[in-house]
Design a protein around this ligand. Sequence first.
Ligand code: ZN
Length: 339
Amino acid sequence: MSKSRNQLEKSRDATFGFIARATESTTHRSVRLIKILVVLGLGMTMELHAGLQRYRDLIVADQDVSFAPPKAGVRITYLGTNAYLLQSRDAALLIDPYFSRVSLFRVALKLPVTSRRDLTERYLPVRRIDAVLVTHGHFDHLLDVPQIIALTGARLIASAISIQLALSAGVPPEKCVVVTAGEKVSLPGATVSSLPAKHDRLFGRVPFDGPIRRLPPRVAGDWVCGEPLAFLIEIGGRRIYIAGGGRPDGALSASLGPIDLVILGVALPDSRRRFGQILEQLRPRYVLPSHQDNFFLPLSRGFVFGPMTDFPAVLRTFRKASNSSQLILVDYFRPWTLP
Ligand SMILES: [Zn+2]
């Protein structure tokens, strides 16, 4: 069993190696054929990664499923990928919302990607949103934001490049707040501090990096990363640090103060290496590994671990690094009130 699992994992790594090499040249016809085979191959390796049931002891959730603002504290609802709804009595913030779930096939073959209004309307739990915070410009963080701003009238807080992409996709300028690392935005009932972050590398480089390629964006690669940000959010009397992922570095200072909850993307090896460092530096009360699900599958499939994730490794790092934090998991659309 473990041997066949190793073989599957090796074939998965080889598969991703193919993607990296194949995407460098787009002119040759055989490249397109390889990509199709790769996508089919990836589909077959996904059986390795089931849902959250194996880790049910770590899952936290309120007794009642309610999306009404809580009377006290902050309620956190996971919406898949790195998307969270944070609600207090006085404020509602949405982070990195992504419901359209473009398929890996579309991304790999550079087919046009579009935000699905039907899915956004179905999955957005509430219409009262004060602000949408976006950690970087990739499609799995920003693609649906213009639809959501239109539905809710919320403000968008993001880096300059993410705002440029969003403006070209129809977000009104008066809704946009450009931030860079080190800036703080005060909202009614919440404050949002933007902090420096570094995006994970995939095969040695940040995917879809560099300057704007096309406006409005058409294919997945047009949703370029821009300046990656982490956020320290003060809401409902709690302090929450959230980052989509990142590379290990010394950028975080311990001067952030006490943190109630860290939400940290662990999709790729870079951010898994950073996971322990963050725990050591911030010593939060709770730590929630994020961006671990397969965001190429529709939300209706429920939580399925992504093909490049390694939650057992995250758990090992956690056990080595921390004895004061509590590691938790949350399932899709199951609110949890942070005590
Ligand atoms: Zn990204």
